[in-house]
Ligand binder design. Structure first.
Ligand code: F6P
Length: 375
C-alpha cells in the first residue's frame, strides 16, 4: 500500500509541444487510477521558491492534449541553488534558495515532485533527491532530442514537422527565383532537428554542429545541381553549426545566469555563399515557431506515456528515477545516469549514411564527391 498521497508537478526550462499532455496524463493517472492529489507548481522551480502552487483537478486538464506550451508556465531561470534574488534596491544577486524550496515542499505536503524538464531542470531534480532528500521523479523534455538516456523526447517530432513545413515553403520560392535558401533551425549543440528536417524536406545541404563544414563542397553541390537543370538549392543550418576553424554564433547571453543563446549563423553563411558562388541567397531563421503550436500525434502519445509512467513511479516510491523511451518501451532509469551527457549525432550512424547516400552534403566532403552526390 503506497504512502504517497500528494504529488507535485512542475515544468522547467524552455517549453516543448507535449508538456501539457504530460501534465494531463499525470493528473489523470494520479487522481483516477491512484486517488492521489496533484499540486501544480508555477514557473518551474521559481514557483517552489516563491510558493506559487495550486491543486490540479480533472477540470484543469480538460482540452489540454492539443495545446502547446505549459499551463504551469516555465522559465530558464529559477535554479534554487543559484537563485536570482531581486534586492529591495532592484539589484539582482545569486543566492542559494534550495533550503526555502525544501521547506516549501514540506509545507505543500508533497510526497514526491515530478520534474518535467531538460538537462538543466533534471540536474536540479537530481540534486534535490541526492543532496536534499526530496523525492523526485523526472520526465525528459526538449525539442532538441539531445538527452542521452532516452531514444526520443516529446516536442522533437513537432519541431521537425515545423522545420519540414518551412522547407516545403522555401522549396517553391527557391525554385521560382533560382536562389539558394537557408533555413536555420534550433537544436543547440546537437544536429538532430536539422538532420531529420533535411531528410524529410529534401535539403541539399545540411550543416550540423557535429561536423565542422567548409564552403567548397557546398558550392560544388550547388554547381552540380545547376548543371542538372536545378539552379536552386535548400540548405538546412543547425543553429550550433560552425565552419571548420571558425566558431558558433550566439544571439545573446543571460545577464544573471551567463547562459549563452545560439542563433544567427545563417546570415554569415549566406554572405559567404553569395561572395564565393555569385548566388542569390536568402536566410530564414525559424526560431521559436519550432517550440510552439499543437503537438503532432507522436508527441502527444509519447508525452502521455511518459506522464502515466511518471505517476506510477511516484506512487510506487521509485524516487531518483526518470522515465525514458528505449526502443518501443517506456522504462525507468536512474536520474544520475540521465544528466550531464548530451546525445549528439554520430557522423557514422546509419541515418547519416542514408542522408549521404541520397545526396545530402554536410560540408566535410571533397568538392568532387559533393559534385558526384547529384548523381
Ligand atoms: O533547448 C531548446 C531550445 O529551443 C534550443 O533549441 C534553443 O537554442 C534554445 O532553447 C532557445 O532558448 P530561448 O527560448 O531561451 O530563446
Amino acid at each position: 500500500m503506497s504512502t504517497v498521497r500528494r504529488v507535485g508537478v512542475l515544468t522547467g526550462g524552455g517549453d516543448a509541444p507535449g508538456l501539457n499532455a504530460v501534465i494531463r496524463a499525470v493528473v489523470r493517472a494520479c487522481k483516477v487510477a491512484y486517488g492521489v492529489t496533484v499540486v501544480g507548481i508555477s514557473e518551474g522551480f521559481t514557483g517552489l521558491v516563491e510558493m506559487r502552487a495550486r491543486e490540479l483537478d480533472l477540470d484543469d486538464i480538460s482540452g489540454l492534449l492539443v495545446r502547446g506550451g505549459t499551463i504551469l508556465g516555465t522559465t530558464n531561470r529559477g535554479n534554487p541553488f543559484r537563485y536570482a534574488y531581486r534586492r529591495p534596491d532592484g539589484v539582482e544577486e545569486l543566492v542559494d534558495a534550495s533550503g526555502t524550496a525544501k521547506k516549501n515542499v514540506e509545507k505543500l505536503g508533497l510526497d514526491c515532485l515530478i520534474v518535467i524538464g531538460g538537462d538543466g531542470s533534471l540536474s536540479i531534480g537530481e540534486r534535490f533527491w541526492r543532496e536534499l532528500g526530496i523525492p523526485v521523479v523526472g520526465v525528459p523534455k526538449t525539442i532538441d532530442n539531445d538527452l542521452s538516456a532516452t531514444d526520443y523526447t516529446f516536442g522533437f517530432a513537432t519541431a521537425v514537422q515545423s522545420a519540414t513545413w518551412a522547407l516545403d515553403c522555401l522549396h517553391t520560392t527557391a525554385e521560382s527565383h533560382h536562389r539558394v535558401m537557408l533555413l536555420e533551425v534550433m537544436g543547440r549543440d546537437a544536429g538532430w532537428i536539422a538532420l531529420h528536417a533535411g531528410l524529410a524536406g529534401g535539403g541539399d545541404v545540411v550543416l550540423i554542429p557535429e561536423i565542422p563544414f567548409r564552403f567548397e563542397p557546398l558550392i560544388a553541390k550547388f554547381q552540380a545541381r545547376e548543371r542538372r537543370g536545378r539552379p536552386f538549392s535548400l540548405v538546412v543550418v543547425a543553429e550550433g553549426a560552425a565552419p571548420a576553424g571558425g566558431s558558433q554564433v550566439f544571439a545573446g547571453q543571460d545577464a544573471i545566469t551567463g547562459w549563452k543563446r545560439l542563433g544567427g549563423i545563417s546570415a554569415s553563411i549566406a554572405q559567404e555563399i553569395e561572395a564565393r558562388g555569385g548566388y542569390e541567397v536568402r536566410a530564414t531563421v525559424l526560431g521559436h515557431i519550432q517550440r510552439g503550436g499543437t503537438p503532432v500525434p507522436n508527441d502527444r502519445i509519447l508525452a502521455s506515456r511518459f506522464g502515466i509512467e511518471a505517476a506510477r513511479l511516484a506512487v510506487e516510491g521509485s524516487f531518483g528515477s526518470m522515465v525514458a523511451l528505449r526502443g518501443d518501451e517506456i522504462v525507468a532509469v536512474p536520474l544520475a545516469d540521465a544528466i550531464g551527457r548530451l546525445k549528439k549525432v554520430d557522423p557514422q550512424c546509419q541515418l547519416m549514411k542514408a542522408a549521404r547516400a541520397i545526396g545530402i552534403v554536410f560540408g566535410d566532403e571533397n568538392p568532387e564527391d559533393a559534385s558526384d552526390s547529384e548523381g
